[in-house]
Design a protein around this ligand. Sequence first.
Ligand SMILES: [Zn+2]
Length: 110
Amino acid sequence: MHENCPECKQPTEIEVGFYYGTGYVSYIVTVFLSGFTFIAWWIFIGLSVDDNRILYWLAINSALVIFLQPLLMRFSRTLWLSWFVKYDPDWKEKEVNKYERIVKEQMNNW
Ligand SMILES: [Zn+2]
């Protein structure tokens, strides 16, 4: 991940341990993805206790989630950052440090 946004120079590592919470975001995203593939499997292939179809879903879903992990982690970090750094339409006119200061103020107000 970039240290600063290549476009607007917004720092992505706002403070030490800023991304600690992304583990939970990544977990929730992965659970939702697994739920989605489970429902899709249920609709298109079906579930039964008489054969191993659910085990095939489990294996394929596990492989998919592991394969997509780099994307899911980046998505989680982006989502996390977007909750703390609000979009500023005048970002071109403002200095980068102001963004950082605003974010720190917001986090201190929690
Ligand atoms: Zn940017």
